[in-house]
Design a protein around this ligand. Structure first.
Ligand code: ADP
Ligand code: MG
Length: 251
């Protein structure tokens, strides 16, 4: 494990005074957050509170307006080589799949390892088949996304993110676009990753899932971290009225 000169582990994510504005709209208003290896962090909060923007700043799909983002101890500055390295370390699964429609499930999972990691075809295919099996889709390897259900597509998306062997995987409301009966199969795969020790940041409205699976829950409101604690602390004893109001609305 990487450590600092004081012997403390280097956090996988360190955000300091992160701000993001779109024109006059200040969406992130000074976020400080450290995430350690092995943590499963659920980010919850009202629609528009900045959850997606926060995730997108983490892997620099958005450029912060102020403050710093460090991944594995390296501050992201926009340097292209560093960005490329960071993108290999940080996987992302989106709400709307973002699979290549013309490729099979297997092709989608092999693509990153082939083009970015430079794996030979046989090696990339072997790994991709293992990962498809891991998400319960070994028999769908040759299907294209168009013939898969939403839940199956989302599981291909997870396998594709894992194929890069990331240190950290970001999930942005990956079950929100799914039919209710498809949600559980995706959450089950995510829980198994968490059980295996994967470091995960999960933006979700599935409060039962957050309660069961997260090691830590962060409540974001109007671009600020209002609360940060264990699931027990947040769900049973939220200190802030805003958090309690948000949780009560969901019930
Ligand atoms: P959440 O994911 O919590 O619902 P978002 O991070 O998507 O919130 O959005 C927070 C705010 O930022 C919203 O007001 C949204 O309209 C605005 N926003 C997000 N992305 C952009 C963008 N690319 N351009 C302009 N405004 C944006
Ligand atoms: Mg969002």
């Amino acid at each position: 494990m990487t450590t600092t000169h004081t012997g403390a582990p280097v956090p996988i994510v360190r955000l300091e005074d992160l701000h993001k504005r779109f024109g006059d709209n200040e969406v992130l208003r000074g976020i400080d957050l450290e995430i350690q290896r092995g943590e499963v962090v659920a980010i919850i909060g009202p629609s528009g509170s900045g959850k997606s923007t926060l995730l997108r700043c983490l892997n620099r799909l958005e450029e912060p307006s102020r403050g710093s983002v460090a991944i594995n101890g390296t501050e992201l500055t926009g340097n292209r080589r560093e960005l490329a390295r960071m993108r290999r370390q940080v996987g992302m699964v989106f709400q709307h799949f973002n699979l290549f429609p013309h490729m099979t499930a297997l092709g989608n999972v092999m693509e990153g390892p082939r083009t970015v990691l430079g794996l030979r075809r046989e090696e990339a295919e072997r790994r991709a088949r293992e990962l498809l099996a891991r998400v319960g889709l070994e028999d769908k390897a040759d299907e294209r996304p168009g013939t898969l259900s939403g839940g199956q597509r989302q599981r291909v998306g997870i396998a594709r993110a894992l194929a890069m062997n990331p240190d950290l995987v970001l999930f942005d409301e990956v079950t929100s676009a799914l039919d209710p009966e498809r949600v559980a199969e995706v959450l089950r795969v995510m829980k198994s990753l968490a059980d295996d020790g994967m470091t995960m940041v999960i933006v979700t409205h599935e409060m039962n899932f957050a309660r069961r699976v997260a090691s830590r829950v962060v409540f974001l409101d109007e671009g600020r971290v209002v609360e940060d604690g264990t699931p027990e602390q947040i769900f049973a004893g939220a200190r802030e009225p805003r958090t309690r109001r948000f949780l009560n609305q969901l019930e």
